[in-house]
Structure formats: structure tokens, C-alpha cells
Design a protein around this ligand. Sequence first.
Ligand code: MTE
Ligand code: MO
Length: 496
Amino acid sequence: MTAAMLLLAVLGVATPLVIIGDRLSVFIPPGPFLSIMGKVGGYNHLKQLGVGSTIAGQLIVGAMAGAIFGLFSRRNPAGASAIRTMSIFVLLPIVVLAIALWPVLGTSYIGLPIGAARLVTLVSFALCVFLFERTLVTGFRFVTQRTIGDRDYEFSPAIGRRAFVLGVVGAAVTGGGIALARKLYRAATFSYDGTQYKGRIVQPITPTELFYCVTKNVVDPRVDVDLWHLEVVGLVKNAATWRFDDLLGFEMKEQETTLMCISNGLDAGLISNAVWKGFPLRDVLDRAVPLSGAARVRFSGVDNYTDTIPLEKALEPTTLLAYEMNGAELPDRHGYPLRLIVPGYFGEKHVKWLTRIEVTDATAKGFYEAQGWGPDFITPTRSRIDVPDPWSSFALGKLNGPIEVKGIAYGGDRGISRVELSSDGGKSWRDAEIYYSGGNLAWSLWKTEWMPDAAGDYMLVARATDGEGDVQEWEEDRGPFSGVAGLHEIGVRVTA
Ligand SMILES: Nc1nc2c(c(=O)[nH]1)N[C@H]1C(S)=C(S)[C@@H](COP(=O)(O)O)O[C@H]1N2
Ligand SMILES: [Mo]
């Protein structure tokens, strides 16, 4: 059964191996979630642990079910009718799965629309448990056939031979399962999930291969665009289904926009900037005609990730459905074939592998919102010092000139109007030069030269002012799960 699931996973079908984790994770509030993550050594390890324990749990449950079946059939050979075993080992698990995992059944890693994906997930699961039931029943019959009822049937040579044959088949299937698990491991997101972009290498536009990356998935979707649809449903007058080619008919637009993850620390690199090409979400919403009572819009990816934004934000001309990034087709890991771009909102909201847009009332929640992140998803103004490295050491006598200090500043969708640097931990400030501005929706790059006049340890702090004149600061009333606000500070050592 597990080997069959691994095979299905390779084919892009959602299996309990991963959707159980998706289903459970919304019940873990961000506090415990972060603490578990810390304990197991990060998000990647948490995912590996999740899938690993699901496989182990499934094997244990399967083995126990098999043992009980064996004991029962030995005592009561006539009792194991097909109706009984089918009901217990096939029907019951299907019903339990359908009920317990209903919200995540519509997951497809090849990009099937949600309704079709739900059916495929259920039928595939049915196939797996059917295989389990048949293996159990035929395996047991094969081993015990004709000898059942004999007094000492446990150790007869015939049974030994058949058990050996069955064992060899089992070992072959296990080997196949392990090979499939390896293949999946190589394709998994562990190698790139959590990629950061910061430091000396930072350029105005982040090269696509270096763009930060965050995904909830163990294996990301690789959408087959011919299977894929975009559905527009919910509180609308005209529900519609779009094929990819039809979407290309909308007037396209290129827009430089920075994305930042809600969990990006003050010194971290879960932030990047790209030029996105697509068309305003408004174009499809206008065609759909939202009804009265419409207040939010919920977006779903083929990976069953969901998130919501207010309807007004959805109707802004800069909220895009993007299909290109930095002049090329969206890469798989950044949401091929279509993703949402919502300037000024945390990365969470920029749903990748988009397949459904649902206009809803005010109560709708997304994946992370249900988990307890938020309530504020609008990015605060942030800046980061990229050069020099923290705790760099400079010898005054060897300096040929001032020390270059560089970094980024990001003001959500409000732009950046000013950047200042302090070399005394924030007591006094002086202006830095903004040498690149990507416009209101993107970050700005700044630099300045600093000449320390004496040896000692210095605290360099950066501070940005957004386009509306608000100065970057620590925000007392910002909840712990609405992203960090505050100033980035690094130490620098100057010797004589
Ligand atoms: N479908 C889907 N969209 C998603 C996610 C996801 O796991 N699945 N992760 C979100 C998060 S938490 C972030 S920060 C951004 C990251 O986008 P990127 O990987 O293209 O940088 O995508 C968001 N969109
Ligand atoms: Mo994120």
C-alpha cells in the first residue's frame, strides 16, 4: 500500500503521505509551530519528520491490521468473507479519509482542477487500500491454503516454502518502494525551500535562480498546463473557467515588485525583487461581476494552499496574475503557470500555482490565517545592511578610504523616500544615498561611506522612511505573528 502511494506521488497524485500533514498543520498555532520547528531543526526537518512518521505510522497500522486479520482468520477461517474484509480494509478507510481529509483532497501536483483532483485522490486512495486488502487476503490464503485446519500447520514445509515466496515478493515491493522514496527525495523541496537572498551579492533585480523561496510542500507541483484550469467562482454573477491560452488575451503589464515572507527576520534574506509580467486580477474579476456581500477573495493553488485578500486590494490595478518572472516563463518553484502578485502584502498572499479564485464574504480564511498568523499582513517598512558582514574587522592604519556600507530598504507598496545610517547604535543619523529605486512596489538599494575616527566596536543601524513619510521603527502594537518590525543592526570592530 505504501509502495503504491509512493508510485502515485511520483505521478503527481496527492496521497495521505503528504495531505495528512497539510490537514493537521492548520491546527497548530504559530507559537507551538515555531517552537516545534526550532526543536527539530527547521522547516525542512519538520517536513521530513512529518512524512517519515506518516510512512512509519502507516506501516505500523498496516502490520497491526494484518496481524489481527491473520489471528482472526486462523481461528475462524469461514469468517473472513470478501464482504467483511472489503468493508473493513477498503470501505472504512475510504470513508474515514474522505471525512477527515475532505478539505485537502482537491490537491494535485500535476495541476488538475480542484474537483477533478478530489476524485483522483479518492480513487487513488481506494486503489491503495484495495491493494492492501487483496495482499492481505490472497497472501494469507496462499500461505495457508489446504493446510488450514491441520493441527501443526504453522511449521509444515509447504507453508515454509510459500511464506518464503511471499517474503521474496514483499522484499521486491519494499525495494521498489525505497527506490521510489529516493526518487521523491531527490525531487523534494528540501534542497531549495528557505533559500535566502542577502549580503554582498544583492543586485537591483534578483536573478530568478537566487530568488528567495518558501513552500509548504514536500514535493512542489509541476503543473501540466493542458490539464490546468483557472476557476473564478463564489459570490459572482458570472462564474467562469479559463484555460491558460485564453488568459493571454488580457492586456499584459510588466511590474517590478518585491516579495517578503512574513517570517523574514530583520537580518534575513527571505526577500527578493523581480519584474513580473501578467495582467491585473481586476480584469477577470470585472468579467465575473462580484455580487453584494463580496468582501474578500480567496485564492487556491493546485497544492491546496489558500489565502485571502480584501476585495478592494484585489481590485487595485497593481494586483496581478503573473505568468512571467524576469522575462521568462514562471519557474515551477515560483508558481508555474500562474501566480498572484499582491504588492505590499507579505509573501504568503502571493499564491503560487493558482487554480481557483473565489469571491467570498468577510469571514473567509487562508492556510496561514487559519493557523493563526496575522492579523496584519501588510509589510512594515524594513531595511537591511548587506555590506559589510556583521562583525567585520577593520584596521584604521590599513584603511585606504572610508568603509562602504550598503543595503536594501523596502516600504511595501509605499516606496522608499529616505534611508539613514547610524554608527552609534541609533543615537545620531546621517543620510545614505539611494542609488537604485525600483519604484513604489519594489525595494530601493542604498549605500554610504563611513569613516570611523577611533578604534572601538561600533553598532551600525539602518533606518528607512517610506514614500508616505513614515519612519521605520519597532512597532509596539504589532502582534507577534504579523511579521517583525524594527531596525537591523550590525556590529563592526575597528582596530588601531
Ligand atoms: N501555492 C502556494 N503558494 C505559496 C506558498 C505555498 O506553499 N504554496 N508559500 C507562500 C509563502 S509562505 C511565501 S513567502 C511565498 C514565496 O514565494 P516564492 O517562493 O516565489 O519566493 O509564496 C507563497 N505562496
Ligand atoms: Mo512565507
